[in-house]
Write a protein that binds this ligand. Structure first.
Ligand SMILES: [Zn+2]
Ligand SMILES: [Zn+2]
Length: 169
């Protein structure tokens, strides 16, 4: 998604709407999020040498479930808010402002950042995901297994959680 600066200078406000392919590969090593297509819309306004881009990003990313390690689709919405400047030298305190040269503002980095900031730290394909058996590796959403831990008396299970509070993870 690109905004023509000449047009923005002339009209001082330009709306945009469309799709942007975003590569998130390697950004989030935990989830191995891959490419996605994002729907983007918003408005760019000019104020002096500064350009403010405000908008909205909607996309679906592929995540790995933390419990069962299966891939699943996660619908995501993000706010887009980025300031750009055509000034040659920016103050240190303006480190959030992106310098633009040439005749276009490329929104790809800002869109990528907005999506990345909204990817959940912990992925769950379903709140009721049963996960993987730690003993035999069976995906318990697909099939149960006969490992011992399934036979634990529920009263003992709650005792176990007292002594090993992290074992729920
Ligand atoms: Zn899962
Ligand atoms: Zn098992």
């Amino acid at each position: 998604m690109k905004i023509n600066i000449h047009e923005l200078n002339k009209k001082s406000e330009v709306t945009f709407k469309g799709e942007q392919r975003v590569s998130l590969k390697g950004i989030n090593p935990v989830h191995d999020v891959l490419d996605c297509m994002a729907f983007v819309e918003g408005v760019a306004t000019k104020s002096g040498n500064r350009y403010l881009v405000k908008g909205h990003v909607i996309t679906t990313v592929l995540l790995l479930c933390d419990r069962c390690l299966e891939e699943y689709k996660h619908a995501l919405q993000a706010d887009l808010y980025k300031e750009y400047s055509s000034e040659e030298f920016l103050d240190d305190e303006d480190e959030d402002i992106v310098q633009v040269t040439g005749s276009e503002i490329d929104l790809e980095d800002a869109i990528t950042e907005a999506i990345y900031l909204n990817v959940p730290m912990k992925g769950l394909h379903d709140d009721n995901c049963k996960g993987i058996c730690k003993t035999c590796g069976q995906n318990l959403n697909k099939q149960s297994c006969n490992c011992e831990k399934n036979d634990i008396d529920p009263r003992l299970e709650s005792l176990k959680n007292i002594f090993h509070p992290q074992s729920e993870e």
